[in-house]
Design a binder for this molecule. Structure first.
Ligand code: HEM
Length: 390
């Protein structure tokens, strides 16, 4: 089997900045490859859809390797069937289309509040706007205090690099430290909810636990996931879109003036710039993948970002083209199979809503100076994003 490091050098700053030329190369020369630790890396859309959905391909064993994130083995995302469905049902009612309409009314009002603070120079940090609008929305869903977005953002940046294929001891250490804060914070929020009944998602989790239907560990993991991750990828895509609108003003004009194309622009950006371009799985039986033997107990890295630009699926895949036919605008950014993202509707609606509120007041977005970013092969974050709205 080809060696991953010859095609996907995970720590190369160029790959971290723009992995897509590397993915394209790997799809042609090494669609399936083996990393130094034995992990098998898959890049083709059809392979992800096939192997990623086999009942013998599991998620649970992978969380044991994720440092302090292994706490999530107690929520839906950390379980295989039957517990996965049991835990996923706990929160599914909170993200129905009707509820999402209610939640994005919050996103709109928080965004307006932030835009009201912009001075006459039109300067704004787009990434702070995106984080504040999405974090405060998920806080209202949970019904917890909304003031912690700067801390959550800071600690999430420390906690995420551990998911990289090239994570080192310093990443595991930083993740541990971040979780002292993040888990401590969520324990406080849960304690407060136990003593002060309410009708948020956190109260429902606490009540379900009090009825003995879920464990304290399941309550903590589920609340932690929504509190910490609920803003992260949606805010990345909000910022990524603002950057695109600055670089391609015609796309912002189309978004502003034609409501019919807004969802297409959101979907195309979701395909084009996956915030977490990879998910991992473990095999529980011997498999033949692309003619290579993969023994039971192997880790698979399913490269969602690569699949999203597979030329066997998408015409002119490297082009941002919001006029693609609907079949071509579907992507794997929200994962595949039973673990596909429960927050997809909310995330897409938040992205559209923040851009709409901006478009109501401004007709041009300019880059004031280059954004600062924190990029690994597994997650993408804006640190600062100086923009000027006019
Ligand atoms: C653009 C924004 C988002 C992206 C790109 C995204 C992406 C993902 C991905 C890739 C997974 C699956 C991971 C895997 O298969 O191993 C996932 C799972 C999940 N996401 Fe999201 N997510 C986003 C926003 C959200 C939001 C806003 C929420 C909640 C409000 C959310 C809730 C969930 C949940 C609960 C799961 C676990 C589903 C399961 O295991 O069955 N996500 N998401």
């Amino acid at each position: 089997m080809p060696r991953t490091r010859d095609h996907l050098p995970w720590t190369d700053p160029q790959l971290r900045r723009d992995p897509y030329p590397f993915y394209a190369h790997a799809q042609t020369h090494a669609p399936v490859s083996r990393d130094e630790d034995g992990t098998v890396v898959l890049t083709k859309y059809a392979d992800l859809m096939h192997y990623g959905r086999l009942p013998s391909v599991l998620i649970a064993p992978e969380w044991d390797k994720a440092g302090a994130w292994s706490v999530l083995s107690d929520m839906a995302l950390g379980h295989d069937e039957p517990d996965h469905t049991r835990l996923k049902r706990l929160t599914s009612n909170w993200f129905t289309p009707k509820r999402v309409r209610q939640w994005v009314a919050i996103t709109a009002s928080v965004t307006d509040e932030i835009l009201d603070r912009i001075g006459a120079d039109g300067l704004i940090d787009g990434s702070s706007l995106a984080v504040e609008a999405t974090h405060r929305t998920i806080c209202r869903v949970l019904q917890v205090t909304e003031d912690g977005f700067d801390d959550v953002r800071h600690y999430m940046r420390m906690a995420m690099p551990v998911l990289s294929a090239a994570a080192g001891p310093e990443d595991f250490e930083a993740c541990e430290q971040a979780h002292v804060y993040l888990q401590g914070r969520v324990r406080e929020l849960l304690e407060h909810a136990r003593e002060n009944p309410g009708d948020g998602l956190i109260h429902e989790l606490v009540e379900t636990e009090q009825r003995g239907e879920i464990t304290a560990a399941e309550t903590l993991a589920t609340a932690l996931f929504f509190y910490t991750v609920g803003h992260m990828d949606a805010s990345y895509l909000i910022s990524s879109g603002l950057q695109l609108f600055a670089e391609q003003p015609a796309v912002f004009d189309a978004f502003r003036t034609n409501p019919d194309v807004r969802q297409n622009i959101v979907s195309e950006l979701v395909r084009y710039d996956a915030p977490e371009p990879v998910v991992t799985r473990a095999t529980s039986e011997d498999l033949d993948i692309g003619g290579f033997e993969v023994p039971a107990g192997s880790t698979l890295r399913l490269m969602l970002g690569a699949a999203n630009r597979d030329p066997d699926v998408y015409d002119d895949p490297q082009k941002f083209d919001y006029t693609r036919p609907p079949a071509q605008s579907r992507s794997l950014t929200f994962s595949l199979g039973s673990h596909s993202c429960q927050g997809r509707l909310l995330a897409e609606a938040e992205i559209k809503t923040v851009w709409e509120r901006i478009a109501l007041r401004y007709s041009q977005i300019k880059v004031a100076s280059a954004p600062e970013m924190m990029l690994t092969d597994a997650s993408r974050h804006f640190i600062t994003q100086p923009l000027r709205f006019t």
